[in-house]
Design a protein around this ligand. Sequence first.
Ligand code: EMZ
Length: 384
Amino acid sequence: MKTSEFSDAFKEARQEKGIGQMNDQNDPVKMVLRHKEVRKCAHNWKAFQSGAEPGRIVIPSEVNIRDTRQIPFEVDPPEHKSFRDLVEPWFKRPLETVYQNGITKIIEEVVDNAINNDSLEVVSEFSLPLQSRALTFLLNTPYSESDLWISWGTHVFRSEGSDLDADKANILYDYIDKEIDRAIKNPSDDLYSVLLASEVNGKKLTKEEVKGVLVLTFAGGRDTVINAVTNSISYFAEHPKSLKMIKENPEMINNAVEELVRYFSPLTQMGRVVTEDTQVCEHAVKADTRVSLCWASANRDENVFEDANEVVLDRKVNPHVAFGFGVHNCLGATHARQILRVLLSILSQKVTSIEILEAKENIEDLENFKRKVGFDCLKVKFNK
Ligand code: EMZ
């Protein structure tokens, strides 16, 4: 199998039953695998809620390492809308020219650095710095902060081997608490200060609510962005013609980005807690149990995508759900898309080929399903 190939781990179960099953810390999950059902459940926020105990909709569950409710992610309508409306304009800033110029500079820097190295480990020396530096733009905080964030590694809640790590999580919580106190003393124009000065439904946001938005911002777009970037590098390493095609037809970049996120689906699934006895895909699900919306499976659904297991960079109709679906669709999607678009543009202009020197796959273990989600290590050489 090619390094850049990501097979569909859910095919059989999706076709046969439409449902998968996994245990997760004794809180089992019924995984919804078909595109149509995934969208249906995502739409039905009343029966499939996000505003459950903090951490419970995440798989693996974070209830043991997190008390702070992530906002707006773990809040349901109608309250959800008020929070979402508040933060939405801030998370749309990536569309502004100044923001794009900032991201462009960061990506040019990491690509130039890669070109000047004989061997580069993409996850730790390319994608992680890129993600953390770009995050300074999303938060509107000093660039120098990113050095600390880079030192936290690819996941803020998990350490090597993907285990949930309470000590590591506390590093993030303490950091955010301190930053909130700093912003109270010395307000600036960063996300902390803007949130602290904001109101929802006529009430000032509490420190805990501000923390909830920040925890989501730090945690939610971290390993996902890192995987999307790393996997894209592996793809272009094995498809130099595609890189050339993008160079010659830069207008195809937006479609190419959508197709890469569909194919890689950096977030495999997201859970919901069932609020009433009901059915998914003709399977009974009980109140207070968990289902998951398996974006990765839905994105390979053969009833929706022609050649679902191929990367078709100029795919025209692409109703993928890699950024989720419904009211909880990914808040960071504008930022993530902008990073990937700029990356493709700069890569295609500056790099002619990428050689893979070494690759170690990162396989997510979902009991009955083993899914390649990215790489633990990807050593490459970029050629001008
Ligand atoms: C949560 C989640 C959000 C969770 C859209 O995904 O991302 C995960 O990586 C985090 O661990 O806490 O933010």
